[in-house]
Design a protein around this ligand. Structure first.
Ligand code: CMX
Ligand code: CO
Length: 140
C-alpha cells in the first residue's frame, strides 16, 4: 500500500544555496546529503515531518552531477523546479510496482534501484501519470 508522500523532488542548479534557502526561509533543519551516482545527482533530503507509517516526508533537493543525467536533461528544458513526486510504500516496492504495472502504467526499471537514505526505488512514466514523474519508495 502507498501510505505517505515520501518526498517531493526539486531540481536545482546550486544544491548548497537551495538548501540554505529552505533552511533560512522556513526553518527546516534536518538535512542529509548524499550522492547517487547511478541517478546522476547530488542531493539533500530535508525532513519535513514524520508520518503515521513510521517513516517521514522530505523535500529531495537534487543537483545534476552529469550533463546526460535525467535531471540535467529535464532542467535544460524546464529550469529549476518540481521534478517528481514520490509515494512511500509500507511493503515491498517491487510488489507495489507490479500491481501498478498491471493497471497499464509503465514502470521504468525491471527491478528496484538504490534511492536516498538506503531506500529502494522505482519510477512510473510521467506520460502514463497525467504529466507527473512518480517515484515509489520503500524505506530500508
Ligand atoms: N515530469 C513530467 N514530464 C516529464 C518529466 C518529468 N520529470 N521528464 C520528462 N517528461 C516528459 C517530457 O516533457 C517529454 O514530454 P513530451 O514528449 O510531451 O515533450 C517526455 O516526458 C519525454 O521526455 P524526454 O525529455 O525525452 O526524456 P526521456 O524520455 O529521455 O526521460 C524519463 C524521461 C522520465 C524516462 C527520465 O527522466 C527518467 O528515467 N526518470 C527517472 C529517473 C530520474 O528522474 N532520476 C532523478 C531523480 C532521482 C531520485 O529521485 O532519487
Ligand atoms: Co526522488
Amino acid at each position: 500500500m502507498l501510505t505517505r508522500i515520501d518526498h517531493i523532488g526539486i531540481a536545482c542548479r546550486d544544491l548548497d544555496a537551495t538548501v540554505e534557502f529552505y533552511k533560512a526561509t522556513y526553518g527546516f533543519t534536518d538535512a542529509h546529503f548524499e550522492v547517487n551516482e547511478e541517478q546522476g545527482v547530488r542531493e539533500c533530503m530535508l525532513k519535513i515531518n514524520e508520518t503515521g507509517d513510521g517513516a517521514a516526508s522530505y523535500l529531495q533537493l537534487i543537483e545534476p552531477i552529469r550533463d546526460d543525467s535525467a535531471v540535467a536533461k529535464w532542467m535544460e528544458k524546464n529550469g529549476e523546479g518540481v521534478h517528481h513526486i514520490a509515494f512511500g510504500t509500507d511493503g515491498d516496492v517491487a510488489d507495489e510496482a507490479a500491481g501498478i504495472a498491471a493497471k497499464g502504467v509503465r514502470v521504468l526499471y525491471d527491478a528496484p534501484r538504490d534511492g536516498s537514505l538506503g531506500s529502494l526505488i522505482n519510477f512510473l512514466h510521467p506520460k502514463d501519470c497525467h504529466g507527473v514523474l512518480t517515484e515509489l519508495v520503500q524505506k530500508r
